[in-house]
Unconditional design. Structure first.
Lengths: 133, 140
């Protein structure tokens, strides 16, 4: 790990300044509060209410996604949870992967796979077809 | 816990720190472990749900695994992990933004434990009643 110490007020030091980590810190808290409601509501309906997981099948999903309310619910949950989780994983990689190369490639893997899952999930919600098959 | 030495005592949790030793540290560790576990589950869950775009049969088949006894038990663990992560997240926000948050962080930790148990006990019952019935029930 290389640690560069720049002279105070030098250009290199100022160039590195950005509020990205501050916004990330704030995003974790804001998305976290929203996710408490979205995820706990989702878990309560899917796992506890009215027979829980035993009653879930294709028809059940089709019934829910017929309503824009649950489409928006699930889409918000998908995006917020993956960005929240992705940023958490980024923090953990930064903390524990000490070699520059390892850190770089782990984060690339994280960004590519997270983007893939967000795009896939979004496409599934928007292109869902109850009359398939 | 304290270590007694002649004249003064060393606290296991030094005054003025939140994340070194004691409740503050262990909730931090648990927050990371539950967070990483939930992130990996999320990947799997989006992938299995994506099967609704393949065929109803493919989706029903994968969802059937969620209804088996062992996976059903894992779901209880999932709900437990989410509940802890959610409540501890609120605790972190209160420590950061509420003036008295740092002072009450320990009480909040035990509050989380109490509320967690209060939800998990009936939650366990409602989540596993079908499985328990199928495995041990004599009437159904």
């Amino acid at each position: 790990m290389s640690t560069a110490v720049f002279a105070p007020r030098s250009d290199s030091r100022n160039k590195q300044r950005s509020n990205f980590e501050l916004y990330g810190w704030m995003f974790m808290r804001v998305s976290g509060i929203i996710l408490v409601f979205l995820v706990l509501g989702h878990l309560f309906i899917m796992n506890i209410l009215d027979g829980g997981v035993q009653r879930i099948n294709f028809a059940f999903v089709a019934g829910r996604w017929a309503s824009p309310f649950w489409q928006v619910w699930d889409l918000s949950m998908l995006w917020l949870a993956l960005l929240h989780g992705g940023n958490g994983m980024r923090t953990i990689i930064n903390d524990y992967a000490e070699r520059d190369q390892t850190r770089f490639w782990l984060k690339m893997l994280l960004y590519v796979s997270t983007t893939f899952i967000i795009v896939l999930g979004t496409l599934v919600i928007f292109t869902f077809d109850a009359s398939i098959g | 816990m304290s270590v007694e030495t002649p004249g003064f005592s060393l606290r296991a949790t030094p005054i003025g720190t939140l994340y070194r030793g004691g409740e503050g540290m262990w909730t931090w560790v648990l927050h990371r472990i539950t967070g990483v576990s939930l992130f990996f589950f999320l990947f799997v869950h989006v992938l299995d749900t994506a099967l609704v775009r393949v065929s109803p049969a493919a989706y029903d088949e994968i969802i059937a695994t969620y209804k088996t006894p062992i996976v059903n038990l894992l779901e209880v663990g999932l709900v437990g992990a989410v509940l802890f992560h959610a409540f501890n997240g609120i605790r972190i926000i209160l420590i950061d933004f509420w003036a008295k948050g740092p002072r009450y962080q320990r009480q909040m930790t035990w509050g989380i434990a109490a509320v967690w148990l209060l939800i998990m006990i009936p939650g366990f019952y409602f989540m596993t009643i079908h499985t328990i019935d199928a495995l041990f029930g004599s009437t159904s």
